[in-house]
Design a protein around this ligand. Structure first.
Ligand SMILES: Cc1cc2nc3c(=O)[nH]c(=O)nc-3n(C[C@H](O)[C@H](O)[C@H](O)COP(=O)(O)OP(=O)(O)OC[C@H]3O[C@@H](n4cnc5c(N)ncnc54)[C@H](O)[C@@H]3O)c2cc1C
Length: 457
């Protein structure tokens, strides 16, 4: 599409109708701006959209809100109208064929790993003590972030060789499909969280049992994550703004707007800077309806084991009672694109049989019960693939976007691995920046602070 500068007029152009773009558009509309909102897909929602399966709005993979989301005005506003459910976390880590409660406690991890492997990991971790301190400083020092030692060294130096070999390396290979030595340390920084073996061993050495208590509960909209999108669309409609679906903004369209007001862009950065070497990996979602009222109590199973194709499996109705059909239950199986590429079919024939067998072996699905229906959806560009040295390419891409008069924000445009509440916070910052008359160049410099955002599973 092309836009003449005159067309943009005094209105604000917002691109991408995921949660980031929708919220930015709403803030602008509430500030009295005329807003034009473009969305490439046939409907709004992005990654917070839904797949309607057997009449249920199934999330695109396991989503939950961290209680800290209520620090954001958007989530407080939604909560005031339609209160979120507060749920105890009943996650399970599938390790070596055993189920460990997630967030795990140190004793349960040790039981699952076995004394030998557990001791090897513990000793490996203790042996790295001095270098871990150096890396902890490194992690918090932005000036040193350019020195990318890579995922492999970063993790090994922190948790030791045994934990790296048995946990992190296989998981990284499964998710990313490239040798971990080619991955950036950023992957580890984003992923080594309060629920990692690192935190567990820290918990042990400090006399605590396991992961932090703030992971014990989560909040969730009663009608599913996509109800956040429905909420934003309804408020926007009241303000007279509707997303123009099926309309993408690319390099040519942005160029045609040069000289007009900055474009608030929450779409794919690759559409603006096509030759930037910043790739993503996608995710296969396989929805399975079983003829059972329920398969188990857990809402999520985490499966780092390389023998299983999936990294995570969730049982929809355990997030909210409204997401239930009598006599049936829906599993959502998440298979990282990894080394598979994007053209696989896991929802029929022999691959489906193999997948069902893996679910039985992982203790998630019952043996001998066939699903009523299986459906696959491939979601591209879910996870930014941080290769070593990516920060240099990112900075160059940000400068080029700024030169086009674009303010990139949101997960796709900033190449972030982040949560919904991070998206809302960054959208509010981007709107404030533009409304204060500040430049896209200043934003490009500022935006680097969002790279420190730590995703919460
Ligand atoms: C499997 C999975 C699990 C997750 N779990 C959680 C969780 O538990 N908790 C949590 O808080 N978050 C979770 N997230 C993250 C959360 O879903 C995302 O961070 C958030 O939805 C991203 O919103 P966004 O608007 O920034 O980007 P997106 O949702 O990707 O939206 C971008 C939109 O822009 C459109 N677009 C792209 N390019 C263009 C263009 N050139 N022109 C016009 N339109 C364009 C796209 O079609 C899309 O609609 C999860 C994500 C996934 C995939």
């Amino acid at each position: 599409m092309s836009l003449r500068p005159d067309d943009a007029g005094p209105e604000r152009l917002v691109v991408g109708a995921g949660i980031s773009g929708l919220y930015a558009a709403l803030l602008l509309a509430r500030a009295g701006r005329r807003v034009r909102l473009l969305e490439r897909a046939a409907r709004a929602g992005g990654l917070a959209g839904a797949e309607t399966f057997r009449g249920l709005p199934c999330d695109l993979g396991s989503h939950r809100l961290h209680p800290a989301a209520l620090d954001q005005p958007l989530f407080r506003e939604v909560h005031a109208r339609s209160p979120f459910l507060s749920r105890p976390r009943r996650g399970v880590l599938v390790l070596g064929g055993r189920h460990v409660p997630y967030p795990p406690s140190a004793p349960s991890m040790l039981r699952a790993l076995g004394l030998r492997a557990g001791a090897a990991m513990g000793l490996g971790f203790v042996a790295q003590r001095g270098r871990r301190a150096a890396f902890a400083r490194w992690e918090h020092d932005r000036a040193l972030a350019d020195e990318d030692v890579g995922f492999e060294r970063f993790v090994r130096d922190r948790v030791g060789a045994a934990a790296y070999a048995s946990f992190y390396r296989p998981y990284a290979e499964k998710v990313w499909g490239i040798p971990p030595s080619e991955l950036s340390q950023t992957v580890a920084k984003k992923r080594i969280s309060t629920t990692s073996p690192l935190a567990l061993f820290k918990g042990l050495t400090r006399g605590r049992g396991g992961a932090s208590a703030d992971l014990a509960r989560f909040i969730y909209p009663p009608a599913g994550i996509s109800s956040l999108i429905t909420y934003l669309e309804a408020r926007l409609a009241e303000a007279g703004v509707e997303a123009e679906c099926g309309t993408a903004l690319g390099l040519a369209g942005a160029g045609a707007c040069a000289g007009a007001a900055p474009i608030l862009f929450a779409g794919d950065l690759a559409d603006l800077v096509p030759d930037a070497p910043l790739e993503h990996r996608g995710l296969y979602l396989v929805y399975l309806a079983y003829p059972r009222a329920r398969l188990g109590a857990p809402e999520t199973y985490y499966c780092p084991d390389p023998r299983f194709w999936f990294g995570r499996v969730s049982e929809l109705q355990n997030y909210a009672p409204d997401l239930r059909r009598p006599g049936e239950t829906v599993l959502c199986v998440e298979i990282p694109e990894g080394a598979w590429g994007s053209g696989r079919d896991f929802a029929s024939g022999a691959p489906l049989e193999a997948l069902l067998d893996q679910l039985v072996r992982a203790g998630i699905a019952p043996r001998g019960v066939a699903p009523l229906e299986a459906r696959q959806r491939f979601v591209p560009r879910v996870y930014p693939l941080y290769r070593r040295g990516w920060l240099r390419d990112w900075r160059a891409a940000m400068r080029r976007a700024a030169a086009l008069g674009v303010v990139p924000f949101g997960r796709q445009a900033l190449f972030l691995h982040c949560n919904l509440d991070h998206c809302a916070a960054i959208a509010a910052d981007a709107v404030a920046h533009v409304e204060a008359g500040r430049s896209p160049e200043a934003w490009a410099l500022n935006a680097e602070r969002y790279l420190d955002v730590r995703v919460r599973d």
